[in-house]
Design a protein around this ligand. Structure first.
Ligand SMILES: [Zn+2]
Length: 139
């Protein structure tokens, strides 16, 4: 009966694992910060380029499509950074590592791979499926 929880991969995290996750979250936050700074730089460089090409006509449209991509990337990074910050805040809590949807332990392996994860694999799969269904309905 006690062996069952370890087979499921769900278990309370030990101090060493928490430390490793903390280090990974910090590295991730730094990476995202760098990436976002680079995107912002690109956007402002393109903004000045766009104001020049705008008068020329069609080139402006191409530049703004690229801006949309850069903006989408930036928003993605911002959302990701928010999740990282939230995970960093949760790390201090005894409950860190529990799925925010079903309350099961997410599992050491998954948290080391995706330290900002707040859903277990099953709930994540569900969420992604629902997201795809919604996207299909809109599109
Ligand atoms: Zn779950």
């Amino acid at each position: 009966m006690t062996a069952h929880t370890s087979i499921a991969g769900g278990d309370r995290l030990d101090a060493a694992t928490r430390q490793e996750i903390a280090a990974r979250l910090q590295a991730l936050a730094r990476q995202l910060d760098d990436h976002m700074a680079a995107q912002r730089e690109r956007l402002s460089a393109e903004a000045s380029a766009t104001s020049n090409t705008f008068i020329a006509g069609s080139e402006g449209a191409v530049a703004s499509a690229e801006d949309d991509d850069a903006m989408a990337l930036l928003r993605h990074d911002e959302a990701e950074l928010k999740r990282v910050r939230e995970a960093q805040a949760r790390l201090a809590e005894a409950d860190f590592g529990r799925c925010s949807e079903c309350g099961e332990w997410i599992g050491r392996e998954r948290l080391l791979a995706v330290p900002q994860a707040h859903l277990c694999v099953a709930c994540q799969t569900d969420a992604e499926r629902q997201h795809r269904v919604r996207a299909a309905q809109i599109g």
